[in-house]
Design a protein around this ligand. Sequence first.
Ligand code: ATP
Length: 907
Amino acid sequence: MTNIASDNPTLAAPPKPPHAESVSSILATIKTSTNTGLDSAEVSRRLAKFGPNTIPSSDTVRWHQVLLRQFTDVLIVILVVAGLVSVAVGEVTDAIVIFAIVLLNGLLGFVQEWKAERSLAALRQMLAPRCRVIRDASEMEIDAAELVPGDIVQIETGDRVPADLRLTRCMNLQIDESALTGESVAVDKSTDSIEATTDLAERTNMAWTGTAATAGRGIGVVVATGQNTEFGRIAKLTETIGRDATPLQQKLSVLGRQLGVAAIVISIVVAVTGWVMGKPMTEMFFTAVSLAVAVVPEGLPAVVTLTLALGVREMVRRKALLRRLRAAESLGSATVICTDKTGTLTQNQMTVQRIWLAAGEVDVTGVGYDPAGHFESAGQKIDFRDRSDLLALLHSGLRCNHARLVKNADGWQPIGEPTESAIVVAAHKAWIDPRQCVEPVAEFSFTSNRKRMTVITQDQGQMIADAKGAPEILLPLCTDILEGQSRRPLTDQDHQNITAAIETMAGRGLRTLAIARRELSASDPCDESAVEDSMTLLGIVGMMDPPRAEVPDAISLAKAAGIRVFMITGDSPVTATAIARQIGLPVDQAVVGGELDAMDDQALGTALAGDVVFARTTPEHKLRIVKLLQSQGHIVGMTGDGVNDAPALKKADIGIAMGKRGTDVAKGAADIVLTDDNFSSIIGAVEEGRRQYDNIQKFVRYLLSSNTGEVVAIFLNILMGGPLLFLPVQILWMNLVTDGLTAVALGLEPSEKNTMYRPPRRPDEPVLTKSGMAMIAALGTYVGLASLWLFHHYLDDADPSSIAIAQTVAFTGIIVVEKINVLNFRSLGAPIWTVGFLSNPWVLLAIGTTISLQIAAVYVPVMQSVLHTVPLSLADWGLIVVVAMPIFVLVEIIKTFAWMRSSTESS
Ligand code: ATP
C-alpha cells in the first residue's frame, strides 16, 4: 500500500505498514489526532498533494467516441456509396449535398447523445458518496472525494468505507469485504496491530475502500485515498449509472435492424424490377438509395437516447435519482409498490408524547425537536425532579443513543436517527445534560432484524447495560420492573398493564419503544445473549411521527393508476394500522413477521389479494413478498434503507432506496434513490416513467408513419411507371432535418391527463402494438397517397419540364403533410382539444422551423440547386394545405367520437 509518509517527503517514513503499527504510532506518523482531526489548511495542502479521493471511472465516454459512433452505421455506408456514385456520374452537387447531410446528421446525433452523456455524468455527481469526518475539532459530513490521508472517518452500520482506513476504534464493527476479497462472511474488526506480513483478507484492523459495514460502528484514520487504495489499484470499483440499454432500446434496435434488412431487400427488388421494365440504370440506383433511406428512421436512436436523458433530468426534479436508465421504464409498468412506513409515509419527525411508567403515565408537551416542553400527569404539570423513575428512563435512553441536538440559525436540529433524537429532546426537557454521558465500552447495535440496541458503559467502576427496542422484543428479556424508586419482579398484572398501555399508544399511531437497564458484574461475559437478559424494565415511550401531508393524495393516485400499495414496516401492527388508516390505505388485516413465517406461499398469496399491512417484519420478509408478487406476474417497486434490505432491493423490479436515511449499501443496490425519502415522489416517478414511455411511443409511431408514407409513395409511383419521385437528397432532408426536430419535440410532450388513470402497461407489450401498427399504416398510406397525388396532378406527360414543379410540390407536400401529421401523435388516443393545442410549444416551434426551412428550400437559390427545387406559387401552397389538412381533421373526428364513447362508458 502506498501511504502518506512514503508519498510525502516531509513526513517521516513509517517503519511498518499501517496494520502493523499501533494506533498511537500510526496517528503520529500521519500527523493527525482522533480528537481534532486535521485542520482546514492541512486538508487543502494534502488535497493538493494527493489529489481527490476518486478512482477514474473506466467507462467514462469521451466526446470523440460519441462522435465516431455516429458514422458507423450501415446507412452511412449506403449514403457514402451513393455519394461516390454521384461523383462518378458527374452529379457533383448531389454528392456534396449527400456528404454534407451525412455530416450534419452525424453532428446532430453527436449533439443529442453528448447532451445525454452530460446529464448522466451530472447525475453520477449527485450520487457521489458522502462520509462523516472529524476536522477542525468538529464533526462534519463531506463528499468522500474530498478525503485526504490523515482524515478521521466515522463508520456505522450500512456505510460504505470511503477510503482505506486504519481502524482506531471499533464497537462490534463487522465489514463485508466480499467486493474486495470475494469472502461473503462479514469480518469482525478490531484495532490491535497485527503482523506486517498478514494477508489483506486477514488485516482485521483495516477497513478497505468499497467494502461496507454490516454491523457496529468504528472510527479510522485514512491511510490511502483514490488510486492508492487497494480498490483503486485493482480499479474494480466504479460507482456508475448502469448504461446498459433499456428493454425498450433493445426492442427498438431490433426493429431498426429489421427495417435495415427490409430496406435493402425492398431497394434491390424495386431497382431490379424498374431496370427490367426498361428504366435507366442510374435512375434505378438512386431510386433504390432513396427507398433505403426512406425505410430506415435514421434519427430514431439519437432521439430515444436524448429523450431518456432529458427524462433523467425530469426525474431528478421529481426527487428520484435514476441509477439505472431502465428503471424509468419499469416504473412506467409498476403494478405494486411495497413501501416502508417510517420516513416514507411519515415525516420521520419523532416527538415523545407519552411515557408509561409503573408508577403512573406521564405526558410530554412540546413539538418537534425544540426542547421547549414539560411533563404532565392527568393534565397537571409535574416536577420531573420528583420522578426518579422518569429520570432513570431518560438517562438510560440517552446513554443508549447516538443522536445529538444542535442549535443553529434554523433552530434546533437533530443529528442522528429520529427515534433516538426524540429521546434526546425528551431528556433535554428534564434538563439532563447529554455531556454527562460517559463513553460506551461496548455496543450491540440496532438492526431491523434485532429491533433493539444495547450499550454498555462504565460509570464510577460500575458496568451498566442500557437497552431500548420494540416492546415485544425487549419485554421477554426483562425479569424486573422499576416502580418509583424500587425494583421488583415483573408480574402478570404488569404485563397486562403494559400491553394495554402499548395498545392505547399504538392505536393513536404512536411508535412505542421499551427502555430497560441492567447492572453488570465484572464476571459477566460480554456477549449479546448474556448481557441482554434479566434486565429491568424502566418504561415504555410513545412517540408521534405524523404522516406526510401529501401522502394521502399519492395513495389515491396510485389506486387510480391501478397500482397496489403495501405497507411493510418494522413497526408494530397497531401503529402500522393506525397510520395506514390516517393516510387512506385500507386495512383488513395486519400480518406480523411471525405470522408471515407460518404462512405458506398460498396463504400469503391470499393475504396479498386483500388489503393487508405487514408489521414487525425483517428484510427477509420483504424479499419473500417481492418474490411471491413477481411469481404472480407483478412488476414490483420496493423501498428500503438498511444493509439487509439490499437483497430485496436487488430482487425487486424497481429497488427504491432512501437518499436521506438510506445506508450506502441500500443505495448501491437500488435502481433509484429518492432524494426526499417521500412516498409521493415514487408516484411522481411512476407518472414520469409513464410519460416517457408514452412519448417514445409517440415519436416512434410518428417517424415510422412518415417513413411508411415515403415508401408507399415511391413504391406506388414505380408501379405506376412514373418518373423519379424523390431524389435521395430530398429524402435525407425530410427524414433527418425536418422529422428529427419534430420527433425530439414530441419527446417533450407533458404527461397526458389520463396518464395516471389507466392501468399499468404490460411489460411484455411490444413497442408496436396492433393499434400502433394500424395507426402507422393508415396515416402512412395517407401521407404517401397525398404526395403521390400531388406529383401526378402536376405531371404533364406532354411537357417534360413539368417534372421539376411536380417533384417540388410532392416534396414540399409530403413535408407539410408530415408536419400536420405530428399533431395526431401529440396524444395516443385523446383528441387534441383535450390535451391543449398550446400545451407543448416545442412541437409548434418544431413545425414552424421545419416549414420555414422548407420555404427556404423552395425559394433560396442555393438551396434550390442543392435540393433540386423550383419556386412554388401561392396557389401551389394552397393546394398542398388543402391536401394536408384532412390527415389531422379526420383523425380528430375519429378520436373525438372514440373519446366521447369511452367517457360515457366510464361515467
Ligand atoms: P419502517 O420499516 O417502516 O421504516 P420502523 O422504522 O419502525 O419502520 P425498524 O427501523 O425496523 O422499522 O424498527 C422496528 C422497531 O425497532 C421500531 O418500531 C422500534 O420499536 C424499534 N427501534 C427503532 N429504532 C430503534 C433504535 N434506534 N434503537 C432501538 N430500537 C429501535
